[in-house]
Design a protein around this ligand. Structure first.
Ligand SMILES: C[S@@+](CC[C@H](N)C(=O)[O-])C[C@H]1O[C@@H](n2cnc3c(N)ncnc32)[C@H](O)[C@@H]1O
Length: 292
């Protein structure tokens, strides 16, 4: 299981959490999001939630748990809670080797197939898109692959994340230097324009992506996503327990069209999670194919 929390530490005095409160809060988070927090990370609850408890004027975790369950503002608090328990680490062109292998193999296969079928349509689902760098990168790869032909294609990238704050940031499409730490300069200069807030994604790229706040734990919501040729879910299932991984991967399988592909992060695998996909080995990455 990956590191759940980003590394910010606070000098504020931590509110202590008992084992019983930890289990209650952990189970509540799991129930709502599928994110599983190991007891070894109990101290991280203390360091990350203490500021929030102070903001709400709540002296203990027992009070916070009551607030989450019974207060009239409990729905709004869920968004804050999700922000505290997730890490949104991402960047443009993250894991370039994988993306190059994806572009040369998976994307090329789908483009060729669609051309042959005279369909010129590609749907991609980016599940756990954080602040948008991954789906925008996919939109850039489509521009790079289709070039002048792109306007005659119907491309739809549906990008979802649990965090409303990340979705807002993604929709704005303005990024600082950190987001480009894995991005070649020529890509940055071609697809972004300078903006007072940093670098803004160009509209030709942005218009291919549709952002929505969505919880991968809510299977009814997932059924509303258009059928996809490709699903990207990188560096997300690492935070789920085995049961949640199985449910989410099974939703991806149902969503994919026959012949579609699932792409995971380089440290993630379907081993013990699903045997319905066929692993395809490319130099630099594995893709998982739904055989049709
Ligand atoms: C580490 S980021 C990965 C971002 C991007 N896929 C990448 O690889 O660069 C993980 C993202 O998964 C999202 N996430 C975690 N649990 C989720 C859930 N139950 N539903 C939707 N998104 C979730 C988090 O909010 C976070 O933005």
């Amino acid at each position: 299981m990956g590191s759940l929390f980003s590394s910010s530490t606070s000098l504020r005095k931590s509110v202590r959490i008992s084992d019983d409160e930890f289990v209650q809060l952990r189970d509540f988070i799991y129930d709502k999001s599928g994110i599983f927090v190991d007891i070894k990370r109990k101290y991280l609850f203390e360091s990350r939630f203490s500021k929030r408890l102070a903001e709400l004027g709540l002296p203990s975790f027992a009070d916070y748990i009551k607030y989450l369950k019974f207060d009239t503002k409990k729905i709004d608090e869920l968004a804050k809670l999700f922000e505290l328990v997730t890490t949104n680490e991402t960047s443009f062109c993250r894991d370039m080797k994988q993306l190059e292998a994806f572009q040369a193999n998976v994307l090329k296969e789908k483009i060729d197939e669609q051309r042959k079928a005279g369909k010129k349509e590609i749907n991609i689902w980016s599940a756990g898109c954080s602040s948008g760098e991954e789906p925008y990168t996919l939109a850039i790869l489509l521009h790079e692959s289709l070039k002048m032909e792109l306007p005659s294609w119907n491309i739809k990238i549906t990008a979802v994340d649990l965090s409303p704050a990340m979705i807002d940031r993604a929709k704005k499409g303005v990024y600082g230097d950190y987001a480009f730490k894995t991005t070649p300069d020529d890509i940055k200069n071609k697809y972004f324009s300078q903006d007072p807030g940093g670098w803004k994604i160009k509209s030709a790229v942005a218009k291919l992506v549709d952002f929505q706040q969505m919880n991968l734990n809510e299977s009814a919501s997932l059924k509303r996503i258009a059928r996809s040729h490709i699903v990207f879910c990188r560096n997300v299932i690492i935070y789920f327990d085995e049961d949640m991984k199985k449910r989410v991967v099974s939703s991806f399988y149902d969503n994919l069209m026959p012949g579609g592909y699932l792409m995971l992060g380089h440290s993630e695998t379907l081993h013990k999670i699903s045997s319905t996909f066929k692993p395809i080995y490319h130099p630099g990455t594995i893709s998982y194919k739904k055989e049709g």
